[in-house]
Design a protein around this ligand. Structure first.
Ligand code: GLC
Length: 531
């Protein structure tokens, strides 16, 4: 039986634009490994991985929107290759397009509101079809695309049967709140009139605000980001301050099996006999050969979306400043994003061969090689709720240079910190000067203190960022809000439940969609029926 259902717009490798996909693609796996079977459900987009995967339809239904009845199917990924059940909601004509949020050219589809409300309703319609004792014990919603669910289950008449299920809402990015005008209010399912104010924030329907109000618990992906949201969150500050009692900050984990230097198939050279020096040297050589860099200079890389949030626009000036002042280092950039910064990087690759290069692309395999072969990874983010790239970098022995913000602050203490906890180099202000100063510290450490570089590599590769630790903290939240997770036995299950017997027969596929071998009899709390 699925105990925790993660509801999200992304799940790696099916659909990913950023860290949200990584988290939803691994948290359910590790929750399931810890004994709490968890699944994820996302919309069925027309994307390569989804097209190539095999799907089994487990539910067919309809939802109403704007006086129209819209048919949909819920399909399960056959064979559970991800290590947990992945479901997609197929709504013909609504999600079967080649982009997650925008078309491949970056233009909005224009019906985001219908799409997001429709997806959330479809998930709830599906859950209604489960006999009550087979329903998940927690609905875990991620980011604003699923932010209306905690409200819908409480106040939309069609879904109120689901109101006893505790909801958790996780903020991966507070910048996007999904707000829309009340003019579109007619797209929402019918609800109790008095519940209108629970949707509203500053005169608009705000799914993120609504989830903060109605969720049983709210989490975000680091303690520092939680604190920062209280100071500045595009208008939600007072709401978040008011709801502090139910808020948690939990750093993300990384999938230590995907990110394993000893076996990563995307690397040119894996770590052997724990010889970190040889691992770094061989992987750096591969990058230097590909990009024409000298091997005896520090290689400083940036990987990520080339957008303001990630601070990528600071890099052209910062890198040029080091190059022009004779700093001996090479710079490599991988990512896609805003046109101005991308073009600037292209120009620099032309102007500074052997010093700077850029790959304007999304390339998972090259990213792995860059984490393994670089000396430093720079993350000058303006905002960084958690940040995963610094964790991947550390796992592969690359020293992070980060701005002291959000999750970067919580995971990368500065090497100069007096308590000896240092893991990298930090700078505070979002200015070219501060970033350049940090780059110079890195370059000088490389030439003047190779012993420290070496010691630091060993140290950061040994830090355990795996999900195993993190999962325990989520389980604690679930328990704090009263979710009956952990035991296969349904809570307070009467010995004989006539309606339950009936509904299991009416919806026979539902109990069979979990990961277990379908032939294994399920423990439902009922006495087995003798045939
Ligand atoms: C978002 C945040 C990033 C975080 C990720 C996963 O992409 O920008 O900092 O690591 O979500 O929670």
């Amino acid at each position: 039986m699925i105990q925790v259902l993660h509801i999200s717009a992304e799940c790696y490798p099916a659909a990913k634009t950023g860290g949200l996909g990584d988290v939803v693609g691994s948290l359910p796996k590790y929750l399931s490994k810890s004994g709490v079977l968890s699944a994820a459900v996302i919309p069925k987009y027309d994307l390569k991985w989804i097209r190539n995967a095999e799907w089994t339809t487990v539910f067919q239904g309809t939802y109403w929107m704007d006086w129209r009845q819209i048919p949909f199917q819920v399909q399960q990924n056959t064979g559970n290759p991800l290590g947990f059940p992945l479901f997609v909601v197929h709504i013909p004509g609504v999600f079967d397009r080649p982009g997650i949020y925008n078309d491949p050219a970056g233009n909005a589809y224009g019906d985001e509101i219908q799409r997001s409300i429709g997806f959330q309703q479809a998930v709830l319609e599906w859950l209604l079809s489960f006999p009550w004792y087979m329903r998940p014990r927690v609905l875990h919603c991620h980011d604003h695309h699923t932010g209306l669910i905690p409200w819908m289950v409480k106040y939309a008449q069609n879904y109120q049967q689901l109101a006893p299920i505790p909801t958790v809402f996780t903020i991966h990015n507070g910048q996007y709140q999904g707000a829309f005008s009340w003019r579109n209010g007619h797209l929402l399912p019918p609800y109790q009139g008095g519940a209108r104010w629970l949707l509203d924030w500053n005169g608009a329907v705000n799914p993120m605000a609504s989830a903060i109000k109605c969720g049983w618990a709210v989490s975000t992906v680091s303690q520092s980001y939680l604190y920062e949201l209280h100071q500045s969150s595009m208008g939600l500050e007072s709401l978040l301050q008011q709801e502090w009692r139910k808020e948690y900050g939990i750093i993300n984990g990384i999938d230590a099996h995907v990110w394993d230097p000893t076996s990563d198939p995307m690397l040119q050279n894996c770590l052997q006999n724990n010889d970190i020096d040889a691992f770094k040297r061989a992987n750096k050589k591969a990058l230097c050969d590909w990009f024409g860099f000298p091997e005896d200079q520090p290689l400083i890389s940036f990987i990520g979306r080339i957008v303001g949030e990630k601070g990528a626009d600071l890099l052209p000036d910062a890198f040029k400043s080091v190059i022009h002042s004779g700093g001996r280092a090479s710079f490599l950039v991988l990512g896609t994003g805003e046109a101005w910064t991308q073009n600037e990087f292209r120009r620099m690759a032309y102007e500074y061969p052997g010093r700077f290069n850029a790959v304007i692309d999304y390339n998972e395999a090259l990213a792995h090689q860059i984490y393994a072969g670089s000396d430093y990874l720079i993350m000058p983010s303006r905002v960084e709720p958690c940040g995963l790239n610094q964790l991947y970098a550390m796992r592969y022995g690359t020293i992070p240079i980060v701005r002291s913000i959000g999750g970067l602050k919580d995971t990368v203490p500065d090497i100069a910190s007096p308590d000896g906890s240092g893991r990298g180099i930090r700078f505070d202000q979002f200015t070219v000067d501060d970033a350049v100063h940090a780059l110079y510290r890195a370059i000088s450490m490389y030439y003047n203190d190779p012993g420290i570089v070496n010691w630091l590599r060993h140290k950061i590769m040994g830090v355990d960022f795996s999900w195993e630790h993190v999962v325990e903290q989520y389980l604690q939240i679930y328990r704090n809000i009263g979710a009956q997770i952990g035991s296969e036995q349904a809570p307070n299950m009467p010995e004989s439940a006539p309606e339950a017997t009936e509904s299991i027969e009416m919806a026979p596929v539902v109990p069979e969609i979990a990961t277990e071998n379908p032939k294994t009899p399920k423990k439902t709390g009922r006495k087995p029926k003798s045939k």
